[in-house]
Design a protein around this ligand. Structure first.
Ligand SMILES: *Cc1c(COP(=O)(O)O)cnc(C)c1O
Length: 235
């Protein structure tokens, strides 16, 4: 009688993955005449639990990204209490009814993309006296279904955020379309930042972070290359 067993799913070696990604970040930075620490590696831990986050912290990773406020609220207050130096970035779309929670929990909000949200953030930051750094998400691919201010509206929106609302805008963020050459989008984001005197550029994910660094990324958001494949969110 033979027993059929599932092949064991190997847990990723997160320490080794992190070391590999860090080395690649340093190499890409060096290639473009920059220092490794000019680029912040954001470890995207969405869908993963402590079993994967703790090994990353043990390996010295302190900056993490989550794309859902509610999910982050379920796992990060406890982790932040235990690891007070950890920094949490919101990298997913933010609804105005979650602004209070987002301002309370996140250290950086990368997805400011419309006036209504910007106004709600300004108001909430004043109320809580807490000012997470902000990035403006630009929809460089002009995709209808995707978040982000379109390139033609970016300059006015940046001005609104900085001048009228005095939000702490650190830079710009983009997620290029899946099926297009990413470098065109990275170059466009860099150009919008340049003409607005912004230095922060959040661009690049597991598949393209080295290219993004060559185009000037100061933040790269890397999930799969560190934590392994994700289970899809239930629909
Ligand atoms: C999930 C996610 C990432 C990480 O993607 P990987 O391909 O797993 O590296 C980066 N940025 C955003 C906005 C994401 O939602």
């Amino acid at each position: 009688m033979s027993q059929i067993s599932e092949p064991a799913i190997e847990a990723p070696d997160i320490g080794a993955n992190l070391a590999r990604v860090r080395a690649a970040v340093a190499a890409a930075a060096g290639d473009s005449g920059r220092q490794a620490d000019d680029v912040t590696l954001v470890a995207v831990s969405k869908t993963h639990g402590e079993d994967r986050i703790l090994p990353a912290i043990t390996a010295g990773q302190l900056v993490f990204g989550e794309n859902r406020v509610q999910e982050a609220e379920g796992k990060w207050p406890d982790l932040k209490a235990r690891f007070p130096e950890s920094r949490l970035h919101l990298i997913g779309p933010l609804q105005t009814n979650k602004v209070r929670h987002a301002v309370a929990l996140f250290d950086v909000i990368e997805t400011v993309d419309r006036p209504k949200l910007a106004r709600a953030l300004a108001k909430e930051m004043a109320k809580q006296d807490r000012r997470p750094g902000c990035y403006i998400q630009v929809n460089t691919g002009e995709e209808e279904q995707k978040a982000g201010i379109w390139p033609e509206g970016a300059d006015d929106f940046i001005a609104l955020c900085r001048e009228e609302l005095a939000l702490p805008i650190a830079g710009l963020m983009c997620i290029p379309p899946m099926d297009e050459e990413c470098s065109l989008h990275f170059a466009l984001l860099r150009e919008i930042a340049r003409r607005n005197d912004l230095t922060g550029l959040s661009m690049g994910m597991s598949a393209d972070y080295e290219t993004a660094i060559q185009f000037g990324a100061t933040l790269v958001r890397v999930g799969t290359a560190i934590f392994g494949e994700r289970e899809p969110y239930p629909r």
